[in-house]
Structures are given as C-alpha cells and as structure tokens.
Design a protein around this ligand. Structure first.
Ligand code: OAD
Length: 259
C-alpha cells in the first residue's frame, strides 16, 4: 500500500513546485509593470528571526491577555507589570537578527527606490536590515515616551530599569500604540496615501484582524492594486487577494526577488 501511495505524494510535491514556479513568474510579471509596489507586514515576517507572533500557535496573546498588558488602562493600573512585559519582549528582540524575508525587501528597494514598507511590527527589524522607507504604524519598542514632558527617546537598555523615569521626573512608557489608542497621525496618513497610490501590494505575515492596518489591503484593491498575500495560513483578508501564497516569507520572498 505504501508503495502505491509514494508516487501520488511525489506527484503532489512536483505539482506544488510547478504551481509555485508559475506563481513566481506571474508576480515577477506584475513587478515588471509596477510603478510603485508597497509592502504591508506583520509579526509573521519576523517569525523566522525567532520573534513570537501574537496569534496562532505559540502567539503572545494565546497565553497573555492584551487587556492586561497592551492598553492605556493596563498601564495606569499597573505600570510595573506592563513594563515587565515590554522588558521581556526587548530581551527577546535584543538577541535576534533580520531574516531572509527582511533582506529580500531591502533588495526590492534597490530596484524600486520609492518602495514603502508599512509595518505593524515594533521590532525595528526592517530598518535594521537596511530598508530605507519604513512606516511603523504601531511605534517602536526601542523608544520611550515621557508621560510628563512628552519627550520621545531611543532607549536600548536591556534590562530597562522598571519603571523607567525621564530626566524631568515623569514616568516613561513604551512608544508603541496600545489597543484603544490612535495611531500616529502622520504615519497612518502616509500609509493611506501609499495604499491609494500603489499598483501592487504585498501583504506579508499579518493575520489581518487589527484595524486600521487590516483596511489597507482592501483600500489598495479598491484603487486598482494587485494584491499578493504571503502567509502559510489563510486570513480574513485572503478573500480580497489576487494571489495567496501559502509559504513562509523567509523562504518565498528571497526566491521571488532572486537572492
Ligand atoms: P499576528 O500574530 O496576529 O499574525 C501573524 C501572522 O503571520 C499569522 O497570520 C501567521 O499565519 C503568519 N505567519 C507566521 N509565520 C509566518 C512566516 N514565516 N511567514 C509569513 N507569515 C507567517 O500578527 P499581526 O497581524 O502583525 O498590535 O498582529 C497585528 C497587531 O496585533 C500587532 O501589531 C500587535 C498585535 O496585538 C499591537 O500591539 C497594537
């Protein structure tokens, strides 16, 4: 019986590889014609660097409650607990490097000088890899903001003194966007503009459930863009995509751009 199954399996693998090659050719053709591709990324693009995602197996929000750790109310109630959570994440991030998916996008930006990466990630890995134009929708975990004087500063202390204080005496918070908070106006405006102008959007490693980031792909589509999702799992926004590539970003993107 196993002898009969083996050729079926081999045939399936060959078919999958052929499908993938055809998909790559199709997307390369779209890139040839594109004036302004845009990338929307989420936690999944950093997964192969060893950064935990939020949802899905092993995701942060599987074991921890966002309401207790990532809201302004949680910080007001227990700043030490919230800072311990962010200190933990900063410790993890301090030891990680960008992966081939981040570097593939750097290569793409060499070809498309205006390539905008709109990211929901706070890990700074796109910039660390060398991508020149990154819009950080949800802030950056390596910055602090003073609740007293409003000063925003880079802070790479690992561990960080908890709770950290500003020179003015005010308490510092992570300069990230929490649930229930508005995104930085200039950043989201620039992201909307990019979504309105692009003709080719790559949606990489996001579950597409957090707004307004999740609205960027349908918005680009409404303006005529061709949408490519790269994610091993289906998402609620898979249905608006022109192509769904069920592969890991760190494997697919380098192949697509030829590195
Ligand atoms: P999620 O954790 O919700 O989703 C990660 C997605 O990445 C999932 O759809 C996975 O299937 C996919 N994925 C996992 N490994 C991958 C790989 N190697 N290649 C490609 N895709 C992969 O992360 P986000 O969508 O980024 O916000 O979450 C959005 C926001 O929710 C975050 O920015 C954060 C979170 O709460 C705030 O903290 C405000």
């Amino acid at each position: 019986m196993s002898q009969k199954r083996a050729p079926d399996r081999a045939a399936r693998v060959v078919r999958r590889m052929q499908d993938l090659s055809n998909t790559i050719e199709e997307i390369r053709g779209r890139l040839e014609d594109s004036r302004m591709p845009v990338v929307l990324s989420g936690a999944g693009i950093s997964a192969e660097s060893g950064v935990p995602t939020f949802r899905g197996a092993g995701g942060l929000w599987k074991n921890m409650r966002a309401e207790d750790l990532a809201t302004p109310e949680a910080f007001e109630r227990d700043p030490v607990l919230v800072w311990e959570f962010y200190d933990y994440r900063r410790r993890v991030l301090a030891g990680v490097r960008p992966n081939p998916a981040h570097y593939a996008l750097v290569r793409l930006a060499e070809r498309f000088k205006d390539l905008t990466i709109i990211t929901q990630n706070v890990d700074g890995l796109h910039s660390l890899a060398g991508s020149p134009k990154v819009l950080e929708l949800h802030g950056n975990i390596w910055r602090t903001r003073c609740l007293g004087c409003g000063r925003v500063e880079e802070n790479r202390d690992v561990p960080i003194t908890i709770p950290p204080r500003c020179a003015c005496g005010g308490m510092l918070r992570p300069d990230v966007v929490w649930f229930g908070e508005a995104l930085p106006a200039d950043v989201i405006e620039a992201a909307f503009e990019a979504a309105d102008r692009t003709d080719l959007m790559f949606v990489v490693g996001t579950s597409g459930v957090v707004q307004p980031a999740a609205s960027l792909a349908p918005r680009a589509k409404a303006n005529g863009a061709y949408l490519v999702e790269i994610n091993p799992d289906a998402t609620p926004i898979s249905t608006v995509m022109d192509v769904v590539v069920k592969e890991k970003a760190g494997e697919f993107l380098p192949r697509l751009v030829g590195i």
